[in-house]
Design a protein. Structure first.
Length: 135
């Protein structure tokens, strides 16, 4: 992109209908595939950092790295060695984030006193609710 221009990726969808031996164009849609996410200041996301576990044993660790909320990858279910990498969480709302590069979201849930107590993760393969075990 030229100076001052914004680079973006687009996804195009064309729908065709076959009637007999002929194809007819029915619809077209173009959408932004990877929107430009606005970073949230580290002080505003720090309250979500911590370790969360699910009943089935799934474990997620979120941390603040370089001013952004990230999911720490490679976290051992038994609390073993630190993760091997990170995936940036991009803000979608006050307590909801998208996982960069995936079709998945994480929404942090508060109790009546305002403390973050759970994380609800939704993706193309299902939904998982994780309870916070470490701040």
């Amino acid at each position: 992109a030229t100076s001052g221009a914004r680079s973006s990726q687009l996804r195009a969808l064309d729908v065709y209908l076959r009637r007999g031996s002929e194809w007819h164009w029915l619809a077209h849609q173009t959408s932004t595939a990877r929107p430009a996410w606005t970073p949230v200041p580290a002080g505003e996301v720090a309250e979500f950092a911590g370790t969360y576990t699910a009943v089935g044993g799934a474990r997620r660790t979120y941390a603040v790295r370089d001013g952004a909320l990230v999911q720490v990858l490679g976290t051992a279910p038994t609390g073993g060695a630190a993760g091997t990498g990170t995936r940036t969480l991009v803000p979608l709302g006050v307590a909801s984030f998208g996982l960069d590069g995936l079709n998945a979201t994480v929404t942090f849930v508060r109790d009546g006193a305002g403390r973050v107590i759970r994380a609800a993760e939704s993706s193309q393969v299902g939904f998982i609710e994780l309870s916070r075990v470490q701040p």
